[in-house]
Design a protein around this ligand. Structure first.
Ligand code: PLP
Length: 362
């Protein structure tokens, strides 16, 4: 392959579109005629303003967000959002509902509890090792928000349809499936996503927050932990992770102009995951770990007949230019992360290798 690149199935940081990386490389020493690298220019310059404003505009267009939504770029990863959400948007005396569907939602719950917030775990799939999405949830009418993880990166499950919360704002950790499929944003009060899975490099977290959620924020929070600090300054209160924001802008431009929007990438993502699951389901050698109605289109988790064969599979795949197929260290097995930047060619290379490996070892 070009530049000796491999087919990259890493979970995060993950593959980026090659054309984006080439554009970064081309413009790296002299950005937009400035005579400086993007990493050398002021975040207060007109040049950088154009970058961040374009990233915000494209996000709003791609996700069809109305004027009530602010698009912010924060640091601290999705992990800081586990704490910032309840600090900002769960006033004392109020409660929130949380759905527990895996490692990341468990961490979100833990941070809310550390803060002494009043939360209800209204549904959990822990009883079956987080292998499914608990679609049937009863929410508490008086809850301030409902927190879900839209795609469970480690367990390989995904909400195929979002729950009806009867008007209670949904707060969603969409780190591993933002911009991968069409959805109605209206029920969502907050959407947050670490960029390094599906929209850019590490170092920045996208937060989309609706006006009514901003009204819940108490005065006595540290400035850097308050959403309004960033919504009032276009994410420029302090020095932002400008290089990461620039790459997000390019990824969103690629998504809009080269791919043609979210509906187009969703069709591609369905085709990709479809072929991979079909290969897994075609015999008894590979076994998908997630329940059928909860299977992720982004992180495809599967097992082989033994741990020895899994180790051999991962090793031989790597030799064949297929990287990142080892499952998360907490669960073992295999995982192919197939975010937006992974194309059909990569999926075919993987499924061909899988069929071949099964023939030789099955
Ligand atoms: C990776 C991931 C996180 C953690 O993101 P950081 O940016 O490393 O803090 C949180 N939630 C989900 C769903 C993830 O996939």
């Amino acid at each position: 392959m070009k530049y000796n690149r491999i087919y990259n199935f890493n979970a995060g940081p993950a593959a980026l579109p090659l054309s984006v990386l080439e554009e970064v490389k081309e413009s790296f020493l002299n950005f937009a005629g400035s005579g400086m690298s993007i990493t050398e220019i002021s975040h207060r310059s007109k040049t950088f303003d154009e970058v961040i404003n374009d990233a915000v505009l494209r996000t709003k267009r791609l996700l069809k967000l109305d004027d009530r939504y602010h698009v912010l770029f924060l640091q601290g990863g999705a992990s800081l959002q586990f704490a910032m959400v309840p600090m900002n948007c769960l006033p004392d005396g109020k409660s929130a509902d949380y759905v527990e569907t895996g490692t990341w939602s468990t961490k979100a719950i833990k941070e809310a509890q550390i803060l002494g917030k009043n939360i209800n775990i209204v549904a959990s799939s822990k009883d079956k090792n987080f292998s499914y999405i608990p679609y049937d949830v009863k929410f508490n009418n008086e809850s301030t928000y409902v927190h879900i993880t839209s795609n469970n990166t480690i367990k390989g499950t995904q909400w195929a349809r979002f729950p009806d919360t009867k008007g209670i704002p949904i707060v969603a950790d969409m780190s591993s499936d933002i911009m991968s499929r069409v959805f109605d944003p209206k029920p969502f009060g907050i959407i947050y996503a670490g960029a390094q899975k599906n929209i850019g490099p590490a170092g920045v977290c996208m937060v989309i927050i609706r006006e009514d959620m901003l009204k819940l924020i108490p005065d006595n929070l540290p400035t850097m932990l308050k959403y309004t600090t960033f919504s009032n300054s276009n994410s420029l209160y302090n020095t932002p992770p400008s290089f990461s924001i620039y790459i997000i802008q390019l990824v969103l431009k690629w998504l809009e102009e080269t791919i043609g929007g979210i509906d187009k990438i969703e069709a591609i993502n369905k085709e990709k995951a479809g072929l991979l699951y079909q290969t897994i389901d075609s015999g008894d050698f590979y076994k998908a770990t997630a329940k059928q109605d909860s299977r992720s289109l982004m992180n495809v988790t599967f097992r082989l007949p033994s741990e020895e064969l899994e180790a051999k599979f991962i090793q031989e795949a790597t030799k064949n230019g297929l990287g990142g197929l080892k499952g998360h260290r907490s669960v073992g097995g295999c995982r192919a992360s197939i975010y937006n930047a992974t194309n059909m060619e990569g999926i075919r290379a993987l499924t061909d290798f899988m069929k071949n490996f099964e023939q030789k070892n099955g």
